[in-house]
Design a protein around this ligand. Sequence first.
Ligand code: ASP
Length: 352
Amino acid sequence: MIDMGENDSRILLIYTGGTIGSVKDNDSGALVPIDFSEIHRHVPELEQPGRSIESASFEPPIDSSNMGPEHWKLLAQIIRDHYVDFDGFVVLHGTDTLAYTASALSFMLEGLRKPIILTGSQLPIGLPRTDGRENLLASVEIAAAMRLGKPIIQEVAVYFGSSLFRGNRTHKASAESMQAIISPNLPALAEAGVDIIYNDAQMFQDPVETFALWDTLESNVAWLPLFPGQPIDVIRRVTEWPELKGLVLSTFGSGNAPSNPEFKAALSEAHDRGVVMVNVSQCGHGAVHPERYATAHLLRDCGVIPGGDMTTEAALTKLMVSLGKGWKGEDMRSAMLHNLRGELTRYSSLVS
Ligand code: ASP
């Protein structure tokens, strides 16, 4: 802990695992996690006047490929349990599934009035060329940033490669670049150059005023990307899974799918069994527009809900949290079509 005074802004750093918190072991050459309670020894610049930082760590830290709903729940509970004691939270996370965790947290945490900033790095914090140091320091600065006595960011966001993005808009786009995380459908919430410039027009504040945690998630969901020539048996294996509660379909272009009667039958049967199906585009950028092509009408006729410009990460985690809340029928349809946490922008054309 770095203790600096009673009126300092208080930030909780939570290390879950991943490259950012690791150093190279001199003997084996393997990446090993640092003792996170010693983080300020690795990054002494964390010590700044007017700020006090405490740290917590997953025990043991995990590679983000091993993250799942139980870990999201643990993370969200740590935030809930310390919500009143801190001004902001910085979560250090592996980059591989960072966009899923950020999306899940955004739907699990309701009525946020404080920043939850997730970050990671491509190179370990212990290496000279690391991007982890800047990502960590800027994330802490953003988590501590206030205007007129209120946190500037009041949502779940991801800082990476000089940009701050809405968490549920992010996607890992590169295994190589220092700008590995992108926000394909929404401009950055802030850009860090010489100064950190906030993009006020993009900020989200939850209209719900009371802070709450929704930590029951439905895991019996599936993600089905379509491809030309896909055997109908594969589709049926997924849609006929008896436990299936929710399905994200990644379709072509602006939400199109093959006009195949067997495909239509498989989806209609799943819909009749109460499976909630959401259509997102497999394009890296843009939205589903069910009104544009006959090949998209088919999906609508089978009860598939257009997911607008949601990322797959957002659609899947929104489904998991919404199903976990017990939403059904029209409530569920309306939740998927509308903006809960700033995860979609073009819903007005979808709802009409
Ligand atoms: N495999 C690592 C993880 O996601 C990669 C990283 O940290 O960037 O945990």
